[in-house]
Design a protein around this ligand. Sequence first.
Ligand SMILES: [Fe+2]
Length: 289
Amino acid sequence: MKIAIITDIHHGPQSHTKKDGWNGLGTVENFVQHAHAAGADLILDLGDHISDSNHETDVKAATEVATTLATFKGPRYHVLGNHDVNNLSIADNEAIFGQSMQSQVIDLGEIRLVVWQPGVKITAGVGFPRAADELDWLVAALNADDRPAIIATHVPLSGHSQIGNYYFQRNPQYSTYPDHDSVREAVEATGKAALWLSGHVHWNTLTNVGGVQHLTIQSASERFTTYPLAAEAFAMLTIEDGQFTIDVQGNDPFHARLPFRKSGERPWMSPLRPFNEIAERADVEHEGA
Ligand SMILES: [Fe+2]
């Protein structure tokens, strides 16, 4: 199974974080060519198709991205990012990309892809809404089947450190959902998730939490890790023989190969209580003895 991944294309107006004259569509064309050449079974786009400015400009930019991705001769799945919904409605995006932007489960034979779309509209000064409103759907979807699942969201829920991140070191509340810890706990309790794919944070990371491998993929347009070049990133996820390989192409390369298994096959021990509580308990037992 080969899944070609692109995220955070941010096609549209120039900004200080982009290389002068950077053409998002060129990278998307390379991505589709690479996906065809490598025999990808499907493409997965993890959102933030555009850099938003106003409704009219955003419709044009999103349509150009959708039209270019549609040259892929196979199934496409699209996730909405926060920039996709600043001036466009979910219905606008559904019309442009020609698919539902509701959460859905895709049967890939021996595995399942769970595209989960909790709200991504940021409130200034606050951050993302709680993801828990959509959690019942996710837990039910995971529990409905015994095959290992890959979860795809725009926003990562690993809780990984943002130290060094250009955008989020000083703004961590905008990097994830406020209730990411309880969502992870509920997902880990199902034991069904193997991988969790996200974009949004514009860097490559791999974080294993409770046996679920959380991957974030570098943005196609970013350059804070590749200055003065644009990252021009896209990735191929290959799953075979009980392992997965992630291979990020472009100027911010990243490669990893690890076992592919649902977390319930090798559940982790629960983290210890705070050491001071354990020490207090030992003192009580000591005094009582
Ligand atoms: Fe983004």
